[in-house]
Ligand binder design. Sequence first.
Ligand code: SF4
Length: 114
Amino acid sequence: MTHRSQAQRDAKAAISGQARAALFGGEEAAGLLATLFRTGPACTPADAETFTGPENDEIDRAQEQREDAAKAMCASCPARSACLDYALAVKPTAGVWAGYTADEISDLLTAEAA
Ligand code: SF4
């Protein structure tokens, strides 16, 4: 067992199924999130700032570099497909998911609906 796997288990255990459903968009989304965790995401809670940015303002160049770093992690993530399914279901407004920014996820949904 790697340290990262234990961190993922800890993160999952910290959110009960019911709270997860309330936080992340209902039972269907909670099921997709459970699948994502089971698949073994490459990112951990320690990577949160890389994926969602700092609490304070961020200059454009720094945001680009941060998002590129997040996307690079997604590129080799075993849970990428499950992560994309989840992101398409919850329609995030921020962050990088499955190698896409929230705006790019929105564009994918728009293209799918057209
Ligand atoms: S695809 Fe990216 S955001 Fe999704 S679980 Fe993997 S590393 Fe994290």
